[in-house]
Ligand binder design. Structure first.
Ligand code: TRP
Length: 464
């Protein structure tokens, strides 16, 4: 390890930090509305399968590459392959910068909602459009959020990232459990649960499968070099495969639990489940209002604090990716690197902030042949999380199996766990990395390009 690079002080610290990255807006905001739009339990089931079958092996590969090289994504691909493979790392870093630029804005909404709900302003749900268009307020909240993120990252891996995860993750679990217990006492809660756990397979279409795949991938934070970066701070003695299994398990648990909390809430007022992205920001404040002047602000406040905490451990992780690059490759001091990147990303996020109604040209930013008209923020999200992530995931799998080579990959995962050698788990991970992941991830990438950018609706041609 290069001197002064830092590292996680324990395997638990690593697992909590990586799980903190995985658990984010994707689990608590995006997952429930995707379930609501994708027909409930059938979507949940597919999501779970994809997490374990597809994302878990890529996660193992990412961590192994990071730990082997002890470098940021660009350095890692150069070290194991050849200079020319560094482009995968650059793509990952570009995704991180783009994702963080808009993710921080949504995190700021969650934070702003926390304040509004605690103050008893339940009409914030109906004022969602007004709130998000008010760039001065959102700008203020997102400045605070980005500064807090940069502060943690600037403190380093064990004193900043690991310590924050050790506080935030347990609090998050406690909050989610308390909210579920409360939600279950509401009228119609059981109808919400039924919608959530009884699958209706007639709802599964090509589009639903595709969204479940994309959701699994985004939710587990794979395909960006994040796990590679965190893996670079992991001790050689740690067991990578079991760590990856724990991280996957924690992420799917939180997503699954989020559903047990949200659907009883949503059904308690008999509201439609297919509210889309507004499900949490538009629908839930009304639900909290119905809980009365005492429980309303408390339950609602805890909910939005939970959302902000979940987002926070994720923004920390995403900021670490470009920061590690600046430290390793540009030889910058950690604190300088962190603040420089944070300011850059914040500026890059300003157009997203302004694209929710404040500036017309950004609100009606582009009209794509397939995706139709979208604002700047949705466009950045389409390019980064829907297009780059599966592409980078595909490249990581191909690189691991065919450039770095499966034998070398197996040697690295056996470091810290000799029993993996020759086990069925190792055979499965090898098979997935060599075949399943390239095929599925390559397909997601191709479908995204055809569907959104070229207007060729591949998915609707499939049976279903
Ligand atoms: N997984 C996080 C979520 O569910 C978002 C996130 C953090 C992410 N780091 C990432 C997504 C890296 C892709 C890659 O909200």
């Amino acid at each position: 390890m290069s001197i002064g690079r830092g590292g996680f002080s324990s395997r638990l610290g690593f697992i909590l930090a990586a799980a903190g990255s995985a658990v984010g807006l994707g689990n608590i905001w995006k997952f429930p509305f995707e379930v609501g739009q994708g027909g409930g339990a059938a979507f949940v089931l597919m999501y779970l399968v994809f997490c374990f079958v597809l994302c878990f092996p890529v996660m193992v590969a990412e961590i192994a590459i990071g730990r082997k090289t002890q470098l940021n994504p660009v350095g890692a691909f150069k070290a194991l392959g050849h200079r020319k493979w560094a482009f995968i790392g650059y793509l990952g870093i570009a995704s991180a910068v783009l994702i963080l630029s808009f993710y921080n804005v949504v995190a700021a909404w969650a934070f702003g909602y926390f304040v509004e709900i605690v103050l008893g302003h339940f009409d914030i749900g109906q004022r969602f459009g007004e709130f998000t268009a008010d760039w001065i307020t959102v700008g203020g909240y997102s400045t605070i959020f980005m500064m807090a993120t940069a502060y943690v990252v600037s403190r380093g891996v064990s004193d900043g990232i690991e310590r924050a995860a050790k506080i935030l993750m347990p609090s998050l679990f406690v909050m989610i459990l308390v909210l579920i217990l409360y939600a279950l006492t509401l009228p119609n809660a059981m109808e919400g649960i039924r919608f959530y756990i009884v699958p209706d397979f007639s709802q599964i279409t090509g589009v639903v499968v595709y969204s479940a795949l994309g959701q699994a991938f985004f939710s587990l934070s794979v395909g960006m070099g994040l796990l590679m970066t965190y893996g670079s701070y992991l001790s050689k003695k740690a067991n990578i495969v079991s760590a990856a299994a724990f991280i996957t398990l924690m992420d799917v648990s939180v997503a699954t639990l989020a559903g047990f909390m949200i659907f009883p809430f949503v059904f308690s007022l008999g509201i439609e489940t297919d509210g889309g992205p507004g499900l949490i920001f538009v629908t839930l404040p009304g639900v909290f209002e119905s809980l009365g002047p005492i429980f309303g602000p408390i339950v609602g406040g805890v909910f939005f604090l939970l959302l902000a905490f979940a987002a926070f451990t994720s923004t920390i992780s995403v900021l670490e990716v470009p920061t590690a690059y600046m430290i390793d490759e540009k030889k910058m001091k950690r604190s300088n690197a962190t603040w420089l990147v944070a300011i850059f990303v914040f500026i890059l996020g300003i157009p997203s902030m302004l694209s929710m109604g404040a500036v017309d040209a950004l609100t009606h930013f582009i009209d794509l042949p397939g995706a139709g008209e979208m604002n700047f923020m949705d466009f950045v999200s389409l390019i980064s999380s829907d297009t780059f992530l599966p592409l980078v995931g595909f490249l990581i799998a191909v690189f691991t199996a065919y450039v770095w080579k499966t034998e070398n990959f197996n040697l690295e995962i056996a470091n810290g766990d000799q029993s993996i050698k020759g086990s069925w788990l190792q055979s499965y991970v090898n098979f997935a990395i060599g075949y399943i992941c390239p095929v599925l991830l390559g397909s997601i990438f191709i479908v995204t390009v055809f569907d959104n950018f070229l207007g060729i609706k591949v998915l609707t041609l499939l049976p279903g």
